[in-house]
Design a protein around this ligand. Structure first.
Ligand SMILES: [Zn+2]
Length: 499
């Protein structure tokens, strides 16, 4: 039996030796970033320090203030004057789309589609997005062809489709002949029974059976919708409270978070009440309050937000949805030089052509640009007011762009993420909260925090090296020097479109 004083003695020896000895690391295929300012958090509080970071293969093996002693084979960077953060996570993308194109355009221009698909993963990385979460339907083929790309973010998804109600949003937009095939996880609504083909059995489309299949598909979350529609397509069928509650319980029973599309007062109120995990959009459709001034929140909206805060429901602002749609009337948008870095040349040319302007014409045929700016400006001010309230009152903010929010060319991969970050900054969300939203908050909300979301031993080496401090300057997100994805170091310039 070891006596107590012996244990104490061994303890003192250990402390003594730890202080004296440097961390010994033997690397076979390593990467060492020295003297760099490390900006990472596990809990939302940042305490940056100058330190050292060591990667072996695709994992972080050392991080700390003390200089490690390294031998073996490794590459070294002097990080003096530079900043490292964990790779960014965009929790709301649709990487299955080609921005600005409908099916007929894709059929007509297969070359443009191919060039876009080859560049798209690199464009996300160009702006530091090393993880993307696809929140619409995806096929195995789409997953495989994305993963075949040599340089790409880590892709996660919600399965072959969302769990929306039959003939509701978004499946109502698909032509009837493949509407049901394309939405294998639709939820059976008795009220829709007459409009559901007989081969689909109610028992296969309960929350329980749908979630089980979603889990099997390799999804990391269940996506659903609360959307009554817009314009000509309004009064769409909606999920009932008991159905959404069951969907939430079944998701949790399968270890998946439930993320729900909603941007209206009614939707946010309904979902806050149920206590879903994540809201896929901000609350910008204020319904009966849509004309109120943009300087204060109506009490009813405040109460809904307070409930979201109390339950710590993840809130994804997706400010670029509004900004991107409004930008369809902005002739200058597509001429921004920066877009040449993320959009292949021929596709960029096509966006400037008459044919690509179809959506702007559809949406805004009866209004001039000034009217569009005014109405979208109001919507955005409301969205920003809500975001600021949540930010000021300890709401759980998650980063997500909804890239692209529809078939629009103004939400481009990567570029849209940077735009979203700058809009959050405009909404006066502090820089530390912006960074947390795009890293640790998203990682925790989507249960990915054992591998990404912060810089820590054992986590994946998804790391961004910046020339500016992202806790001081939002432009740091456009001052990226290198992106490390799964331990592979890539210079930012190598990620841009090659002529
Ligand atoms: Zn979306």
């Amino acid at each position: 039996m070891i006596k107590k004083k012996h244990i104490l003695f061994i303890g003192i020896l250990l402390i003594f030796s730890c202080q004296k000895k440097k961390e010994q690391l033997y690397l076979k295929q390593g990467l060492y970033i020295s003297n760099v300012t490390i900006i990472s958090t596990e809990n939302g509080n940042y305490d940056p320090y100058i330190g050292h970071l060591v990667v072996e293969n695709d994992k972080i093996v050392y991080i700390g203030k003390n200089e490690p002693s390294i031998s073996g084979i490794f590459e070294q960077f002097d990080g003096t004057g530079k900043f490292v953060i964990p790779g960014l996570i965009d929790g709301h993308v649709h990487m299955t789309e080609v921005q600005g194109m409908l099916y007929r355009h894709m059929e007509k221009y297969p070359e443009l589609v191919k060039e876009f698909k080859n560049q798209m993963p690199r464009s996300y990385l160009y702006y530091g997005f090393t993880t993307i979460i696809n929140l619409g339907g995806i096929s195995d083929e789409q997953i495989n062809s994305f993963n075949k790309q040599p340089l790409k973010p880590d892709l996660y998804h919600i399965g072959y489709s969302g769990a929306g109600v039959a003939n509701g949003y978004p499946m109502i937009y698909a032509p009837e002949e493949f509407r049901f095939e394309n939405q294998p996880y639709f939820l059976y609504l008795e009220s829709q029974a007459e409009h559901i083909p007989k081969k689909y059995k109610p028992a296969d489309h309960t929350p329980k059976s749908v979630v089980r299949r979603i889990k099997k598909s390799g999804a990391i979350a269940v996506k659903s919708y609360y959307e009554s529609g817009f314009g000509m397509m309004s009064n769409l069928p909606l999920p009932t409270k008991s159905m959404m509650t069951e969907l939430l319980n079944e998701s949790h029973a399968n270890g998946l978070p439930l993320i729900v599309h909603a941007n209206s007062l009614t939707g946010h109120s309904f979902l806050a009440d149920i206590g879903v995990d994540i809201l896929a959009h901000g609350l910008w459709n204020w319904e009966k309050y849509k004309q109120v001034p943009t300087d204060s929140l109506p009490l009813e909206i405040k109460e809904i937000l307070d409930l979201q805060i109390q339950k710590q429901i993840g809130y994804t602002p997706t400010l670029t949805v509004i900004e991107g749609e409004g930008a369809l009337v902005d002739k200058k948008f597509i001429n921004q030089p920066v877009l040449k870095k993320v959009i292949p040349k021929k596709l960029l040319e096509w966006y400037k052509a008459e044919e690509a302007q179809w959506l702007g014409k559809d949406l805004f045929s009866h209004s001039n640009p000034e009217e569009v700016y005014k109405s979208y400006g109001k919507l955005q001010s409301h969205a920003m007011l809500v975001l600021k309230y949540l930010s000021d009152n300890n709401g759980l903010i998650l980063f997500g762009t909804d890239t692209p929010s529809g078939p629009i060319y103004t939400n481009q991969p990567g570029h849209n993420g940077y735009w979203e970050l700058t809009l959050m900054n405009e909404a006066e969300v502090p820089l530390n909260k912006i960074l947390a939203s795009a890293t640790i908050n998203n990682a925790k909300a989507f249960h990915l925090d054992s591998s990404v979301g912060s810089l820590a031993i054992g986590k994946k080496a998804n790391i961004i090296i910046m020339d500016k401090n992202p806790l001081k300057d939002i432009e740091a997100y456009d001052a990226i020097e290198k992106v490390i994805i799964g331990g592979q170091v890539v210079k930012r310039d190598d990620l841009e479109v090659k002529e």
